[in-house]
Design a protein around this ligand. Sequence first.
Ligand code: CTP
Ligand code: CA
Length: 222
Amino acid sequence: AALRPTEQVLAGKTVTITAGPTREALDPVRFITNHSSGKMGFSLAEAAKALGASVNLIAGPVSLNTPTGITRIDVESAEQMQQAALEYAVQSDIFIGCAAVADYRAATVAEQKIKKQGDEITLTLVKNPDIIATVAALKQSRPYTVGFAAETQNVAEYAQGKLVNKGLDMICANDVSDSTGGFNSDNNTLTLYWKKDRLELPHSSKKELALTVMQAIAEKIK
Ligand code: CTP
Ligand code: CA
């Protein structure tokens, strides 16, 4: 379905969006990742473009076509995503962290393929940088910073906690316990939270929701 015709409420604005999973290498042939499809982030990029914004889309490994007229930056690991995110965030009015960033990466990436050993193997993982918290903590050229939170329980409490702890301006919370939305689905159920406000959106397509989210952001920054 085509996006609703709408006013160019993001004309003159630059939006940077992270999308998809990250991929954390273990050795030359193996990695750790997650099931994020990137659909929500790509839909946000398309919606921002349709509303008149100049859009940078920092994408982890996904199999999606690039929406026309946007700048796509492909990355693999969280560290690569962090570097690209900071470079583009300082040139942006709005930063949206929609990527499912791997929380941990291997402490060391083996140079050669890891050989099969005994009956058990232990991997040591170390924490990845928190990309959106780093963007939100910028002292200069800080964009309006929007996060996402996919939760299976205590959705409101966890989402509001992330809003405060990461220093975000807004967070879009996704209840993934009902299995009719989330990681691989075309549909989603989102509630938007600000420090002093909330907005529950009706269950609908990611494309439809993306437009509503971008319009809500445009309203807040004007
Ligand atoms: N995020 C990020 N960098 C990370 C982890 C998360 O930028 N290393 C961002 C995500 O893109 C999202 C928000 O933080 O916008 C929330 O991600 P989430 O995984 O829900 O939060 P975590 O702080 O990692 O908490 P947990 O996974 O334990 O729920
Ligand atoms: Ca996480």
